[in-house]
Design a protein around this ligand. Structure first.
Ligand SMILES: NC(=O)c1ccc[n+]([C@@H]2O[C@H](COP(=O)([O-])OP(=O)(O)OC[C@H]3O[C@@H](n4cnc5c(N)ncnc54)[C@H](O)[C@@H]3O)[C@@H](O)[C@H]2O)c1
Length: 434
């Protein structure tokens, strides 16, 4: 039967490869719309959890997942074989950087190779992982063509970037506009029909996968560079004795031509710090050096060190040396109200503190332990009820989780270095804003 017809009558079976922060919410969104979903992941933990109806992603509703699994609408496997039954397959596997800061496309490559072994004719394959322009054409298409499929005739391929913003209470997978770039007009038409059926948001088709791949990297590079600008302005403002946070509030009153970005202890997560460097790498193939992206990365990466320098300054003013100080770090997640600590700026802050032999304790209500990629060590956070705030010489707010009672923290009188303006609205001499 025609794929569009199968989408319309909901008989289409949907595959989701990679059941992580992107894949699992997507799998749930699709199953919620009445399609049977087959998830595949190499992680036995992810697969076992899904099949038990146990949620492990912040933005997925526990009850809904359990219900969809119980009804047989969502199941998972470590094997690719069940995907021979799928009509549409979305892939959301990791796209990290390697130790040389170059794209590690091995996950996209191996998942595509595994898919090519099992898919049958008249299937639509959509890559959702964020990656450099050209990936769909250079990695996904050849794997399928080598198996004899003809793209646009008996196999369909598109790239559609995922825009999920973990922790965002207003926008999630289902209500965020979707961009789709198919290899041929027919690929585009099927992908558009599919997303229209499962999402409650407009679908914007573009002429080819490269445009869709590039627009996603552009979105994230835009954020990266604007955060770098806010960080640079902050460093200057401190020297000039100007409150940068007040500057931003004032600039925000302009109804056009300005968009607020905020300084912080550095950037984190699986997207903003990494994605621009996918482009930087690809640009070299075209003999182009993306200077602005490199510079933004340099500024953002210097922020954890800058935070420690500011803490040293605060302690020195009180006649204390950082090596003898007791430091409390609040927040290990890369952004507020979530548990994701991948690439969190705390990793570099810790590395810096350890190089100075500083005694520090970490608390995060959402993160109990984490691995620090920068020094290869594991860290455990200390539960809040075991922390006596007045035992510390300085508190550094790394992540502005809503969970914290900032007024109570300020009331202890302990010097606070607030890197996120979490204490906004509270006036006290012991607060120093980044
Ligand atoms: N996390 C976000 O906020 C976000 C937002 C937009 C886009 N993205 C992009 O989406 C992609 C996925 O990101 P994520 O945060 O969901 O990653 P994740 O690490 O949370 O999930 C990826 C999953 O893929 C699985 N996997 C790895 N190799 C596999 C293979 N060969 N076959 C099957 N499964 C495999 C992993 O076990 C993991 O469960 C990345 O390209 C990322 O840049 C992420």
């Amino acid at each position: 039967m025609d794929l569009i017809k199968k989408i319309q009558d909901k008989s289409a079976v949907i595959g989701v490869v990679g059941l992580g922060y992107v894949g699992l919410p997507m799998a749930v969104a699709v199953a919620r719309k009445g399609y049977r979903v087959l998830g595949v992941d190499v992680s036995t933990h992810a697969v076992t959890s899904v099949n038990k109806g146990e949620n492990y992603i912040g933005d997925v509703d526990d009850d809904e997942l359990r219900d969809l699994v119980a009804k047989g609408m969502l199941s998972a496997s470590c094997e690719y074989d069940p995907l021979s039954e799928a009509d549409i397959i979305m892939t959301a596997v990791p796209t990290p950087l390697d130790k040389y800061q170059q794209p590690d496309s091995s996950y996209v490559r191996s998942s595509t190779d595994s898919l090519a072994e099992v898919v049958t004719e008249q299937t639509l394959i959509i890559l959702e992982s964020t990656t450099y322009p050209g990936t769909t054409r250079e990695i996904v298409m050849p794997a399928l063509e080598n198996k004899g499929f003809v793209i646009g005739e008996n196999m369909y391929v598109a790239f559609s970037p995922e825009r999920v913003d973990p922790g965002n209470q207003s926008f999630h997978t289902a209500n965020t506009d979707k961009v789709v770039g198919g290899v041929t007009p027919k690929c585009n038409a099927i992908a558009k029909a599919f997303y229209e059926a499962i999402l409650d948001a407009p679908i914007h088709t573009v002429s080819c996968p490269e445009v869709a791949e590039m627009e996603k990297i552009y979105e994230n590079t835009f954020r990266n560079i604007n955060i770098a600008l806010a960080n640079e302005m902050t460093i200057l403002c401190e020297r000039m004795g100007i409150n940068m946070w007040e500057v931003i509030e004032a600039a925000k009153t302009k109804p056009y031509g300005f968009m607020a970005f905020y300084p912080g202890p550095g950037i984190g997560g699986h997207c903003i710090p990494l994605d621009p460097f996918y482009l930087t790498w690809k640009a070299r193939e075209y003999a182009y050096h993306t200077r602005l992206i490199e510079l933004a990365g340099e500024i953002n990466n210097s922020m954890p060190e800058y935070v420690v320098q500011r803490a040293i300054k605060m302690l020195n003013k009180r006649g204390l040396s950082i090596s003898k100080a007791k430091v409390l770090l609040l927040g290990a997640a890369y952004k507020k109200d979530i548990a994701d600590h991948r690439e969190s700026p705390i990793e570099r802050v810790i590395k810096e503190l350890e190089s100075l032999d500083v005694h520090f304790v970490i608390n995060d209500p959402h993160v109990s332990s984490f691995h620090n990629e920068f020094n290869g060590k594991d860290y455990t956070t200390v539960p809040w009820d075991r922390i006596k705030l007045t035992d510390y010489d300085i508190i550094i707010i790394i992540t502005d989780h809503k969970w914290y009672d900032y007024q109570a923290i300020v009331n202890t009188g302990v010097p606070i270095l607030d890197t996120r303006n979490a204490t906004k609205g509270i006036k006290a001499d012991n607060i120093v804003l980044l």
